[in-house]
Design a protein around this ligand. Structure first.
Ligand SMILES: [Zn+2]
Length: 458
């Protein structure tokens, strides 16, 4: 096994054997600060507990998606922020069928259930068991029970699979708002369930929830105490600050939960370009803007920065200010653009996610008792192929920032759904206390144990 430990110059890693690594780790004093975000990471490995955890999930961000974004933006020999973690491993992501046998290609719901609860489930289900449909405790729930501040940030709807898995338990991910409960009759309030994902999200009184999906929260609750109110009104009744654009977000203050709903559905993507086509496209440069993205839509980077500010002084900071936080940050539309075979959209979302990674690493440089983990929930369709390749499916040729030609092929078409996920293992990288636990090949469910251990959650 080769273990790469970054020195002062991340582009020239030193290869160390496992024994050398242990020596190197022992030499890193607990609490040592990094000198800069681009330099050596904060304590590469310590056995110590973490005060804070920042978990960044690139949805559908397999090795191909990372390499595409690297090649296009900083060049083949360049390095993204997410490439600079001192500890890098891989994990398997498969889900299960109801009888417990492996389903080799996961969706984001089963995948998020894996890292959020430590248990594998069936595709489409959120934080419930595969067979008996019983709720499973999530990292966010454990963090709350242990007195930590909590947050979840996404470019998708807040009711979409990844953020939903932390704060809800439903038998089908489609049950996002009170009007969407057709596939989850047993989860309806009137049947003794906990309601839709939106209702459960609000009921958790998470300190910071930022993302899209306003349409789900504007639906009217049809049962229970809040019958006749929208979910947004329910949040206000519980004392949440509801904000809907970057200006209102900037004005939000710690002390009461913040619910940010910045688009009716997913946040519009950052970059645009021609989608891949049968037989390929003419070489294209991506447009690093999107005319369909309203001014006032906060970037993932900005949402992450604000979330960290808000979590620094959690509710009741006077009483339990010694406790840290758990924050999840999702770059959701890497996956969505991959489904659409839209290479520019996909690369722009990966680059935007990488800027959020930098925010997290900058925070950890100042707060070395922070464990930062960056990973994906599953692999996806895009592949870098030779220019002379003639893919059977959709492809596009891009002109990279360094002037090269790069051909991207999408070959996992599955009917009306467009391109589909792949079952490949994905990268997991980390820095800070307990970061060594990501080394080697692990399974997605072990990330739950890593984060739970790092935060000493009981
Ligand atoms: Zn997907």
């Amino acid at each position: 096994m080769k273990i790469w430990v970054l020195g002062k110059r991340p582009s020239r890693p030193r290869a160390l054997g496992a024994a050398a690594l242990l020596v190197a780790c022992a030499a890193v004093p607990a609490g040592a600060a990094a000198s800069s975000s681009a330099g050596p990471a904060s304590p590469a490995v310590t056995g110590a507990a973490a005060r804070n955890v920042i978990l960044l999930i690139g949805d559908g961000m397999g090795d191909s998606e990372i390499t595409l974004a690297r090649d296009y933006t900083v060049g083949a020999a360049g390095r993204l922020h997410m490439d600079r973690f001192p500890m890098t491993g891989a994990y398997t992501t498969y889900s299960v069928h109801k009888d417990g046998t492996p389903d080799y290609v996961t969706d984001s719901a089963a995948s998020a259930t894996g890292w959020a609860t430590g248990h594998k489930t069936v595709n489409g289900r959120l934080s419930k068991t595969p067979d008996t449909d019983r709720p499973l405790s999530t990292l966010l729930e454990l963090a709350q029970r242990n007195g930590l501040a909590t947050g979840s940030v996404t470019t998708a709807e807040l009711t979409d699979a990844t953020p939903a898995a932390l704060v809800s338990h439903v038998s089908d991910r489609a049950c996002q708002g009170p009007a969407d409960m057709r596939d989850c009759p047993g989860d309806a309030l009137g049947r003794g369930g906990a309601g839709s994902v939106a209702e459960q999200s609000v009921a958790h009184d998470v300190d910071v929830l930022l993302g899209g999906g306003k349409q789900r929260f504007d639906q009217t609750v049809t049962e229970g105490r809040d019958r006749g109110r929208t979910v947004t009104d329910q949040a206000r009744r519980r004392g949440h600050q509801v904000v809907t654009d970057a200006r209102e977000l900037a004005a939000a203050r710690p002390g009461r939960p913040v619910l940010g709903l910045f688009a009716p559905e997913a946040l519009p993507v950052e970059w645009t370009g021609k989608p891949a086509a049968q037989g390929g496209t003419a070489p294209q440069r991506c447009l690093t803007s999107n005319p369909g993205r309203p001014a006032g839509t906060p970037s993932l980077e900005a949402m992450t920065r604000k979330a960290l500010q808000l979590l620094e002084r959690p509710k009741g900071a006077g009483k339990d200010g010694k406790k840290g936080f758990f924050l999840q940050v999702e770059g959701a539309s890497i996956d969505k653009m991959d489904h659409d075979a839209d290479p520019c959209g996909q690369i722009g979302e990966t680059a935007a996610f990488d800027r959020a990674v930098k925010v997290a690493r900058d925070y950890a440089a100042e707060h070395p008792d922070t464990l930062v983990v960056t990973t994906a929930d599953h692999g996806h369709s895009s592949q870098i192929v030779p220019l002379e390749a003639r893919p059977a499916g959709l492809s596009s040729t891009l002109v990279t920032d360094e002037g090269g030609l790069m051909k991207v092929s999408y070959g996992t078409h599955a009917g009306d759904e467009g391109q589909e996920h792949s079952g490949v293992q994905v990268r997991i990288a980390a820095q800070g206390p307990q970061a060594h636990r990501v080394l080697g090949l692990t399974d997605q469910t072990e990330l739950f144990t890593t984060l739970r251990t790092a935060l000493s959650l009981r």
